[in-house]
Design a protein around this ligand. Sequence first.
Ligand code: DHB
Ligand code: MG
Length: 222
Amino acid sequence: MDMKETWKAVDAFINEELQVSDEVTESILEKNEEAGLPPIEVAATHGKMLYLLAKMSGASSILEIGTHGGYSTIWLARALPKDGLMATLEVSDQHANIAEENIRSAGFEDQVTVIRGQALDSLPKLMEKGYPRFDFIFIDANKDSYPEYLEEALEVSTTGTVIVADNVVRQGKVIDPETEESNIPHIRKFIEMLSENDEIVTTIIQTVGRKGYDGFLLGRVK
Ligand code: DHB
Ligand code: MG
């Protein structure tokens, strides 16, 4: 087996042995696929990691930037206490419609709100809308705005806020400033901003699996 096949097989093994996926999460993936959404949801093993991180941090308010079809949304919403709430920002109306259906069928419609529009328009309005500072923020939208998303995420953070961002390694291209992948300069800027910011403690975890080779930024606001 080549390495990529091994990563996938081990991902499937973990999924099977630890019963990571269930009917609800699987049915969301099916619905997203039927609707023709690109299959770029986090892997189930990573969805459960997001759930665990949110649960471990005791988050009662969660913000997601980039809803897609609501797959990671559901994993995160599951970590909320009964009186917890979540906002998830989505630019595509089609994706937001599907996500809302998925959120409803998973039973989280009272706790999770899909906020439509450009995230950079929605983010500065969250506090005036009455949202509290968020305990947990997951960034997984268009990569060319990661630097701005970081700035806005920090604006709605408080001491102890956990910030996680997807896709910060991109098959290792992150270390190649000359790469053709147009997102990389923005991801590099995002990482550089974090390195210069004394208010957040960070690391990056490289990952392999169903989606190939990538990585997550993990941070905690001081
Ligand atoms: C891709 C993967 C992602 O996780 C994402 O958020 C966006 C794009 C991709 O592989 O193209
Ligand atoms: Mg992603």
